[in-house]
Design a protein. Structure first.
Length: 437
């Protein structure tokens, strides 16, 4: 007795994207990459998986725990699917691009894969589409400002209602936490993450000097940038933290010059990622997305783990989160590019030549593989469902809109020209019809 086939299914946390959903995400990624490249960032393509021990050099504790590992059959090596692009870019910068004398501006796009905690549920997303930048070999406020400006400019071109970029610096929370012994340190970090003033005061109560007061102040040091920076400056921070405040203020001012109209909020009590980042950290939010659509910061210690110390800053855009925000904003996915399904073939106008001429002129084209009338409702419905913007009836010299629009007569001369190899006149008609519809 044969074993019945297993159900057709996907692993938890991954999904298919059908043509319209795929088109939206592809358009988002292409728009992000276009903006990044406009700022001088060159695109890399990195492997989906790497040797686990190499990849993990550049991962924080959370990312290491989230890495999906397996044994590569050919070599027996333990490898890991990338949960983050930054270590891969850092490895390339420290090895294959080590001889480049000056800052590296690099960008990327693709999927990362992460294990999800049980708290997020079995269906939490594991495969995440990202695009982002890494600016490697540059430090100080000028480099931080560029990262902030590029992030702001990128969000501005995605058709979402983005909040001002939320910016912080790990120096404040790191100094406060370093002054508190365990187990109070862990309790303080948790309380700061929740912005629970009462619990912060309790966890920091035994710390020396001004630490308790400064820890409690961090809870309220968030809001418009100028206001928060002014309130932070009058507090009794040590000299090292005041340097961080100066650098943050300079970076925000320079970013506003690089990207006129950019607005920022500041949160000096944010503790997310403080063990990974070494200075500036920032996040972007948009209406309709449940979490940040963009995250980044400075990570000066990471590149050196691959053999070449270098200061670095970067960010990643969550493509799926942007898609959620676009849907919430009522932004439709991009329309399909002009595409013509050729039916009703007449021997005077060989369909293959017409299709080839249209493709050469930049219009998608294919020949219908089934016989029948171009006006058949089933054929038109099929054409619309699979993304054709037109049905071209060669015999009747008619261009039909498969979504129910009117038919348009096509000059026989345009079809004849396409059959002779010149698809430009017919392609012009097809494009004009799309613009009118």
């Amino acid at each position: 007795m044969s074993t019945p086939p297993s159900p057709v299914r996907l692993p938890a946390g991954v999904r298919d994207f059908l043509p319209r959903a795929a088109a939206r995400r592809r358009a988002i990624a292409e728009r992000v990459l276009a903006e990044l490249e406009a700022w001088g960032y060159a695109r890399l393509i990195t492997p989906v998986f790497e040797c686990a021990d190499v990849l993990e050099r550049g991962l924080g504790a959370d990312a290491r725990a989230a890495a999906l590992r397996f044994v590569e059959p050919g070599s027996g090596e333990v490898v890991a699917l990338r949960p983050d692009f930054t270590p891969q870019v850092a490895r390339i910068a420290a090895t294959r691009l080590a001889d480049v004398d000056g800052p590296l501006r690099l960008c990327y796009e693709g999927a990362v894969n992460r294990l999800t905690s049980a708290a997020r549920g079995p269906l939490a997303q594991r495969e995440i589409l990202q695009a982002g930048i890494e600016l490697i070999g540059a430090g100080g406020p000028a480099a931080d400002a560029e990262a902030l400006a590029v992030a702001t400019a990128t969000l501005a071109h995605l058709g979402v209602e983005a909040a001002p970029l939320d910016v912080g610096h790990v120096g404040f929370a790191r100094w406060v936490l370093a002054a508190v012994a365990e187990p109070a340190r862990t309790a303080l970090a948790t309380a700061l993450g929740k912005k629970d003033r009462r619990q912060v005061a309790r966890a920091a109560a035994g710390a020396p000097g001004d630490v308790p007061a400064l820890a409690e102040a961090l809870v309220g040091l968030s809001g418009p940038a100028a206001e928060v920076l002014a309130r932070a400056r009058v507090l009794p921070w040590p000299a090292a933290v005041l340097v961080a405040l100066d650098e943050l203020e300079a970076a925000l001012a320079a970013a506003a010059e690089l990207q006129p109209g950019a607005a920022f909020t500041v949160d000096l009590g944010e503790v997310r990622g403080f063990e990974y980042y070494t200075g500036l950290r920032f996040a972007g939010y948009a209406r309709g997305a449940g979490d940040a659509v963009l995250r980044g910061g400075r990570y000066d210690e990471l590149v050196g783990r691959y053999g070449r110390p270098a200061r670095a800053v970067g960010f990643a855009v969550d493509i799926e989160a942007i898609a959620q925000a676009q849907r919430a904003a009522g932004l439709a996915p991009p329309p399909p590019s002009p595409g013509t399904l050729i039916v009703g073939v007449d021997l005077r106008y060989p369909a293959a030549r017409v299709a080839a001429a249209l493709r050469a002129a930049g219009v998608r084209a294919a020949i219908d593989l089934e016989a029948g009338a171009a006006t058949d409702p089933g054929r038109l419905r099929y054409a619309a469902e699979v993304g054709w913007t037109h049905v071209l009836d060669l015999a009747a010299a008619t261009l039909l809109d498969p979504s129910g629009g009117a038919a348009a007569a096509i000059p026989h001369a345009a079809i004849a020209a396409a059959a002779d190899g010149d698809g430009a006149p017919l392609a012009t008609i097809v494009r004009a019809t799309v613009r009118r519809s």
